[in-house]
Write a protein that binds this ligand. Sequence first.
Ligand code: DQA
Length: 147
Amino acid sequence: MRIAAVHGPNLNLLGLREPEVYGHRTLDDVNAALARLAAELRAEVEWHQSNHEGALVDYVQQAAPRVDGFLVNAGAYTHTSIALRDALAGVARPYVEVHISNVFARERFRHRSFLAAGAVGVVCGFGVGSYALGLRAIVEYLTNRSA
Ligand code: DQA
């Protein structure tokens, strides 16, 4: 089973960016932790980060044929991007939406997600631990679906 992690804008700044909100771990730390957990779960993970909406759409389209599902932290595009929502719907692969922070405890504009309705589920508020919970969730969902 192969999962693609999609990291949206500004997540390349993890560790430096608003550490009181997003913590001190870097995106490399997150990806390394995902790779370790994936091995434990007998899955494989790949990842891609971009600050550009169209590049994220391209990645979703290009990765879809080789992956079973997606783990998506679209950053601010979560709250704005119909294009990314349509890309995820278009490739018809299940995905879990993740956020480091609890977006519902923050500004109102973060309460709306264009991606959530199409997701298997949403994990938010557990710091970078949200990624591990999200990976477990998508792997479990795909395992149950194929059983
Ligand atoms: C985020 C929450 C978004 O509102 C924000 O724009 C981000 C990060 C999170 O992981 O908590 O860039 O997706």
